[in-house]
Design a protein around this ligand. Sequence first.
Ligand SMILES: [Zn+2]
Length: 111
Amino acid sequence: MHEFHIAKDIAEEIKRRAAAEKRAKVKAVGVELGALLRFDAGMCAGLLQQLLQDTPAAGAEFNVTVMPALAQCAECGKKFDPDPDVPQCPECDSLKVEIISGEGWKIMSMK
Ligand SMILES: [Zn+2]
């Protein structure tokens, strides 16, 4: 399941940061998910809670937000919010589209 792998990567990163910053306890974590991952924010928070039991982040508050995606057409330069299935320029119908953001995730904050 693709969501589970993403949640696992995020959980690993949270553990790595907590260790690097020598934190005994993590109280809250802010995570941004790109819209193209199609990963539900609530589901992500629930998986992180499960994956981080028995770590300094156990019981932390996970604030997950989904960020809109952005793509740019290579033909006409239009920037738009792409359809995850068929990223096609709404202006000139070109399929030569570059995804600028929306495919990754980021840990925005950790308290
Ligand atoms: Zn275009």
